[in-house]
Design a protein around this ligand. Structure first.
Ligand SMILES: C[S@@+](CC[C@H](N)C(=O)[O-])C[C@H]1O[C@@H](n2cnc3c(N)ncnc32)[C@H](O)[C@@H]1O
Length: 268
């Protein structure tokens, strides 16, 4: 994201957001993978720019034999890692460009997982068919109706199933997307949930990212029927000097950059 003259904050309907995001991720897929692919790995589950790995965090619980849906999988490295842990993953994304990278990484690594192109708001699966749903920064920050996404995740999970997703930590919303000193000064209201929008010269959205407060996220989960089990705010690790967009050691040592919600669909 950047803050130039084509950047605004305004309401965007679901159709405009979906259109913008599909085009954005299709167009950006090569650049995104070139920039972040080696950090993410071909067969690895990294939750966030802080580098927290599922292999260490185990937020999904025991995955062996479990049916797992990765929603907004990008190049699907998380699903391939899950497959090597004995899970039965399905990797889903809106963008054909990102799924093309997923297919290439599967061929490269020899770890193949089923890939599905679909919108997270209309998951093409029956009710209660997955044990776990998860995503590392996929779909959730980009859909207008994130409450509906929580309901979709709830619908496809069996009772007792787990839904774990990482997003940009809501408090980052108040700062400019600047990994340096400029990103330490509060300039936006935390309470203003009008989405961040980049648009073309005709005012048509080309990139849309949504903000929800922590309370909004909790309410959306609880309203969908989930029980919140944990909210993980990974600390910036000693010795990690990498910069990912607005994530940097400078900011990461002062305040959180990622929020990971761990929720469960109550059993019975
Ligand atoms: C930041 S990437 C995260 C992907 C991967 N976990 C990673 O870390 O690279 C966001 C992904 O969400 C996908 N996405 C955005 N909106 C979506 C939607 N409505 N339904 C499904 N996927 C969506 C994008 O296509 C993109 O691949």
């Amino acid at each position: 994201m950047n803050d130039d003259h084509r950047v605004t904050r305004r309401q965007v309907g679901d159709a405009e957001a979906r259109h913008a995001n599909r085009r954005w991720w299709d167009a950006d897929a090569d650049a995104y993978q070139a920039e972040h692919g080696s950090f993410l790995g071909d067969v690895d589950f990294v939750w966030c720019p802080e580098g927290l790995r599922e292999a260490d965090a185990r937020l999904l619980g025991d995955v062996a034999g479990r049916r797992v849906l990765e929603i907004g999988c990008g190049a699907a490295s998380c699903s391939r890692w899950l497959a090597t842990e004995g899970a039965r993953p399905v990797a889903l994304d809106l963008s054909a460009g990102m799924l093309r990278h997923a297919a290439q990484a599967s061929a490269r690594s020899g770890v193949r997982v089923p890939l599905t192109q679909a919108d997270a708001l209309a998951l093409p699966f029956g009710d209660e068919v997955f044990d776990i749903a998860c995503t590392a920064f996929g779909a959730v920050p980009f859909v207008e109706d994130s409450a509906a996404l929580m309901r979709e995740a709830h619908r496809v999970l069996r009772p007792g199933g787990r839904w774990v997703f990482s997003v940009t930590h809501p408090m980052r919303w108040i700062f400019l997307d600047d990994p340096g000193e400029g990103g330490l000064v509060a300039v936006h209201s935390y309470f203003d949930t009008a989405p961040y929008v980049e648009q073309d010269e005709h005012g048509v959205a080309t990139y849309v990212e949504q903000h929800r407060t922590l309370g909004d996220r909790v309410r959306e989960l609880v309203s969908a029927g989930f029980r919140l089990m944990d909210l993980v705010e990974p600390e910036w690790p000693e010795g990690h000097e990498g910069i990912w967009g607005q994530w940097s050691p400078l900011r990461g040592r002062l305040f959180p950059g990622t929020a990971i919600f761990v929720a469960e669909k109550p059993a019975g």
